[in-house]
Design a protein around this ligand. Structure first.
Ligand code: GTP
Ligand code: K
Ligand code: MG
Length: 447
């Protein structure tokens, strides 16, 4: 990757903008040290030790009294010389600091430029850089844990481990081409076969994780579906503990899909209320129902809400139950109106609640939490977290399968090389130069 920027010294606000106790500006690049010394008018502080200093702008006026830190490269986040200014939080201070730094010839960093420099300096691989963004975006505990695990290198290590094994196998294949063994059959050398099948199996298992890592990043989606007036909006409000959706006795109240975010046991959930299902005459209501069905289609879980006092006589309830599949849960609402509630409805287990009194909501929440935890909880190995990784892994696996079936060592080696490159793309280590080391170390001695 080119290092277009490394001559520039960049700066950016590292904390959220606005008023606050403190705001942190980070500087990175060759002029970070001289700039810091010039702002304080003093020699640089010892590395990684805070120093209290008055900071002056180009006009000589003191614009803040701040803690400053000096992180000489290469032992810094970006690998370059880095400085931090812990200023008082506020717009006028920020404006003065920005002017002072610009006057010193520094420029504002592009989005992600600090992490990009860290990647280019070999401080981070791409999965770790992506994890920093995920950690900043994390809204629930499980998201935070997943991001932190990835940031600490667990995912990158898994992919690098696979790539390392593959590169060794590739070295064997290359050696077969250069030093063919007349006694062995053509194709993939027997020693390499178990390595390739092992990788195919492990990558396959990693891919077949039900998208748990990706879902954990994006949120588990639950759609509330049912006939008009079943109490869907009331249920959404009760689960969200706020009046997010309009509730009324008029059938056909909800038209647009209404979304709320929930944190269920540390897992992020996107809960959606939808229009009541029926044969609607009204054009707008029909559009609402179309949106409801579209949402049902892509939801990870469907909450099929029935009014317990009418479900067995209501045609709308039939339309609702027609949506039932392995990813659905039947909720019998308005329990307060029913002397008795069945435990099963049309063969599906049902949870009885009252959105109005709150009765049964704890049990429903517990059931939802179990389902979500079951689908999102990480396993022993780190989870795949992005479509980008999935794509590369699918490509890698397909290449490995081709390599295994290849009739000639040349073709097998080419496919194995493509597989290694696909893995390398995930972490950003795309070169296969290290192959040469393995070849010479393992094969050339004594040959
Ligand atoms: N008694 C009782 N009434 C309820 C309960 N839940 C909802 N209701 C009432 O049922 C009516 C319809 O409630 P909504 O939440 O608007 O129903 P909905 O399913 O969203 O209806 P649409 O948006 O029109 O499809 C309102 O008058 C609510 O007050 C409940 O648990 N018990
Ligand atoms: K209604
Ligand atoms: Mg509604």
């Amino acid at each position: 990757m080119s290092s277009l920027y490394t001559l520039d010294t960049i700066f950016a606000l590292a904390s959220a903008p606005g008023r606050g106790g403190l705001q942190v500006i980070r500087l990175s690049g060759p002029a970070a040290g001289t700039t810091l010394a010039s702002l304080t008018g003093r020699p640089l502080p010892p590395a990684r030790r805070a120093m209290l200093a008055r900071l002056r702008g180009a006009d000589g006026e003191v614009f803040d009294q701040a803690l400053v830190l000096w992180f000489p490269g290469p032992d810094s986040f970006t690998g370059e010389d880095v400085a931090e200014l812990h200023l008082h939080g506020g717009r006028a201070v920020l404006a003065a600091a920005t002017d002072a730094l610009t006057a010193q010839g520094l420029r504002l960093a592009e989005p992600g430029e600090f992490s990009r420099r860290a990647f280019e300096a070999g401080k981070l691989d791409l999965t770790e850089a992506e994890a920093i963004a995920d950690l900043v975006d994390a809204e629930t505990a499980a998201q935070r844990r997943q991001a932190l695990r990835q940031m600490e290198g667990a995912l990158g290590a898994l992919y690098d481990g696979w790539r390392h094994r593959l590169v060794r196998a590739l070295a064997h294949l290359e050696a077969d081409i250069d030093f063919p063994d007349e006694d062995l059959p053509q194709g993939v050398a027997p020693a390499v076969v178990p390595v390739l099948t092992g990788l195919i199996d492990e990558i396959g298992a990693h891919l077949a994780d039900g998208h748990r890592g990706e879902r954990l990043r994006d949120g588990f989606s639950i759609a509330i579906l049912g006939a008009p007036n079943a109490g869907k909006s009331s249920l959404l409000n009760a689960l969200a503990r706020r009046d997010a959706a309009i509730v009324s006795a008029t059938a056909g109240t909800t038209r647009d899909v209404i979304e709320v975010h929930l944190d269920l046991g540390g897992f992020p959930v996107l809960l959606a209320d939808t229009a009541g299902l029926r044969d609607a005459a009204d054009e707008i209501e029909r559009e609402g129902i179309r949106r409801a069905l579209a949402r049902a289609e892509k939801a990870d879980l469907k909450l099929l809400v029935l009014d317990c006092s009418t479900w067995n006589i209501d045609a709308g309830a039939d339309a609702t139950l027609a949506l039932a599949d392995g990813d659905s849960l039947v909720v019998l609402n308005k329990r307060d109106l029913c002397a008795q509630v069945p435990e099963r409805v049309a063969g599906h287990p049902a949870i009885a609640v009252s959105a109005t009194t709150g009765d049964g909501l704890a049990a429903l929440l517990a059931a939802l939490e179990r389902t979500v935890a079951d689908r999102l909880a990480p396993g022993a190995a780190p989870s795949l977290t992005r479509a980008r990784h999935r794509q590369a892994l699918e490509e890698c696996r397909a290449s490995l399968v081709r390599a295994l079936g290849a009739g000639m060592p040349e073709l097998a080696a080419e496919d194995a090389r493509l597989a290694a490159r696909a893995l390398g793309r995930i972490t950003g280590r795309v070169d296969v130069e290290d192959l040469l080391d393995v070849i010479f170390r393992d094969f050339c001695i004594g040959k």
